[in-house]
Write a protein that binds this ligand. Structure first.
Ligand code: ADP
Ligand code: MG
Length: 365
């Protein structure tokens, strides 16, 4: 009986450590042989769906080693079930989410993170540099200091100085800018944005964990955006920041016209403060904003032109008064031919997961 229990113990432990199964160890060995990393260190994070490990590459002996991070998706545990709704409905993943094949599903997930990271990185949004992908193992740049300490999550960031309030305010503005850029330039909604998936260092925010990020044409993309906006607002309000209404931010992010980077982008956000109808100073005003947020969060967001027309007929309302006024122009563009870049993006890396996928200017082979 005792032996049986011990065996079960062992099995449990093996399950917990299955992230480093034979195949995974093989991939890591290959990565060492190819000179992507020289050593793999302990776990920076162990999550439900993936573990993240620190790694180093000794490139020459005169300088410090290059830090890297390796995200290893767990192929063993069935935690990806609810994630199917993110992948279903994405044109980049047409051909099915491989329902029957769990391992394929997880690989798809890693591939999605890799590709999304590439988009962010190419758009100049601060994030880990995607370096290499093989099956469910993703190598990326390390966000941390030279000694190998990872930057804290925004949730754990400790700001110092006598202008902490101003710093929080500026971080909030910075993040709104990133969200707009992500939407307009990368064509993506993060879809799991919160203080847990943003790293902080020296007044700068780094976006991570983009495996579930979706394109605009995903049937839930705008609901995901609305959720991201709520999470961000909730967090910064807790930090005492005077936040804008969810609706104002939604319109700001989705508006096609307007700057997508630089000082003009910051200016555009400051302008939102100037033109907002209610200044959240008195209790009444704060309550009013809260009510508007609540209404907005429950509003139906049409995702296609057909839905827009349906609602208009039903409500007999002019386009302007509804949530989607900024989306009409975009929808037309999305309905048109995909851009050269999009076509390229959707072809890369789809010819079999066995391929090694390199970032353009990634590590030497
Ligand atoms: P999960 O799916 O488990 O949430 P994340 O991508 O959010 O995975 O990573 C989990 C944690 O690992 C993060 O909160 C962060 O602390 C750390 N981490 C992830 N990527 C990096 C990186 N490139 N550099 C440093 N730390 C990282
Ligand atoms: Mg995360």
């Amino acid at each position: 009986k005792q032996t049986q229990e011990r065996d079960k113990d062992k099995a449990d432990r093996a399950t917990a450590e299955l992230v480093l199964d034979q195949r995974t160890r093989m991939i890591l060995l290959q990565m060492i042989n190819r000179g992507v990393v020289s050593e793999i260190h302990g776990a920076i994070s162990t999550g439900k769906e993936a573990n993240v490990y620190g790694a180093v590459l000794y490139h020459d002996f005169n300088s410090l080693p290059i830090q890297r991070a390796i995200k290893i998706y767990k192929t063993a545990i069935l935690v990806f079930k609810d994630r199917e709704r993110y992948i279903a409905g994405e044109h980049r993943f047409k051909g099915g989410s491989e329902k029957g094949n769990h391992r394929k599903m997880v690989q798809l997930w890693a591939e999605k993170e890799f590709r999304n990271l590439r988009r962010l990185h190419a758009a100049g949004i601060a994030c880990p540099e995607p370096l290499m992908l093989k099956l469910h193992v993703l190598v990326m740049g390390f966000l941390g200091d030279k000694r190998g300490y990872a930057f804290p999550r925004l949730r754990d960031a400790r700001l110092t100085g006598d202008d902490v309030d101003e710093q929080w305010h500026n971080l909030y503005i910075q993040l709104l800018g990133i969200m707009r850029r992500l939407y307009q330039v990368c064509n993506l909604v993060h879809a799991d944005l919160s203080e847990y998936n943003i790293l902080y260092n020296d007044n700068k925010l780094y976006i991570i964990d983009v495996s579930q990020s979706v394109e605009h044409d995903h049937p839930h993309s705008l609901s995901f955006l609305r959720m991201d906006i709520k999470n961000v607002g909730d967090f910064f309000r807790r930090k005492g920041v005077d936040t804008l209404s969810d609706r104002a931010i939604f319109n700001f992010i989705t508006a096609r016209e307007g700057p997508v980077d630089g000082p003009l982008l910051i200016e555009a956000i400051n302008h939102l403060y100037e033109v907002r109808p209610t200044v959240a100073e008195t209790d009444d005003a704060i309550a009013e904003v809260e009510v508007d947020n609540e209404v907005f969060r429950n509003q139906f967001i049409p995702q296609t032109l057909d839905e827009v027309y349906d609602i208009e007929q039903e409500l007999d309302k002019p386009v302007d008064s509804l949530v989607y006024k900024h989306m009409l122009a975009r929808q037309v563009v999305l309905d048109g031919k995909p851009s050269e870049e999009e076509l390229q993006d959707s072809e890369e890396g789809t010819d079999g997961n066995e391929e090694w996928v390199h970032f353009e200017k990634g590590v030497p082979r």
